[in-house]
Ligand binder design. Sequence first.
Ligand code: MEV
Length: 321
Amino acid sequence: MIKVSAPGKLILFGEHAVVHGRPCIVTAINHRMCATIDKRNDDKIVLNAPDVGIKNYKISLSELDKEYPKGARFALTAVKNFFRKYKVRSGLSIKTKCGFSSKFGFGGSSAVTVCIIKGLAKLFGIKISNRELFNFSYKTVLGIQKVGSGFDVAAAVYGGTLFFVTGGKIIERINVKTLPLVVGYTGIKADTPTLVKMVNEKKIKYPSLIDPIFNLSKEKVIAAKKALENNDLEVLGELMNFSHGLLTTIGVSCRELDKLVFAARKAGAYGAKLSGAGGGDCMIAVVAKKKRKQVEEAIIEAGGEPIPVVTNTEGIRIEKS
Ligand code: MEV
C-alpha cells in the first residue's frame, strides 16, 4: 500500500500572461491532497474520492477507455496513461482525501494527478524523476483541460516558491521564507478554462493592446522575484497592486474580488490582488503581522472568508509505503 501527498498552490504573480509564454511565480501551500493506492487481486479499479462526490466507483481494466464521471477524470486518466506508458496493469483500490475545498481554486486536479502518478511509480517499482513526473502529469492534465500553463502541476511536484515559465520551460526555486499572506475566498467558483479562452480571444482581437500588458506582467514578475529574495514586503505589496490593475485591464477581475482587494488595502495590507484565473475563487494580500487581524476582519466585512494558508511548503512526498 502506498500513501502519497502533494500540496495545493497559490499563484502570486503572472496569471494569464503565463499561458502566453511569460513567467509567473507560484507557491505551494500547507493544504494537501492525499492518495492511498493498493493493488487488488481482481481486474477492477475502485475509486473513492468523497471530496468530489465519488463513492465506490468501480470499473474493470478493459473499461479504462470509457468516459469517467467528472470527479473521477483526473485520477483515472492518470491511471490509464500510466498503464499505457509503463506497460503495467493491475486492479487497484484508490482513495483520495483533499485537505482543501475544490471551490477555492487551490489546484486539486493537478495535485491528484501528480499523487496518482507518483504513487503508481512507487507501487510498481518504477524510478521517476521530478522532471519526468512534471512532464507526464502536465501532459495528463492538459489532455483533460485542454488549456493551462502547468504552474499548478509544478507546485505539486516541486513545492516551495517557483519562478515558472509556460509548460515548464523554466522551473526555478526562489530562495524565500514563508510569506505573510492573508487569503480571502469570494464564495464564487471561477471557471478557469472559460476565462483563459476569453483572454485568448481578446489577445487575437486586440494584440497590440494585450501583448504589452503581458510584457508588463513579465517585468513585474522579475521585480517580484527580486523583492521575494530580499523579503521586501512593501515592494511586494505594491507589485500586487500593479498586478491587480493589469488583470482588471484584461477583464478577469469581478466585483466580489475587487471588494475584497480594496477592503484589504484599506485595512492596512501592503498590497492585494486576485490570485488565479479571476472571476471568483481567492484574492491574496501581503500583510504585516500586526495588521493581520484587521485585514481578516475587513475581508469578512466585505463578504469574503479568510482562509488560513502557509506558503512555501514541501512538494510531493511519500507518506507510507
Ligand atoms: C489560473 O489559476 C491561472 C491561469 O494563468 C491559467 C494557467 O496558467 O494555467 C489563468
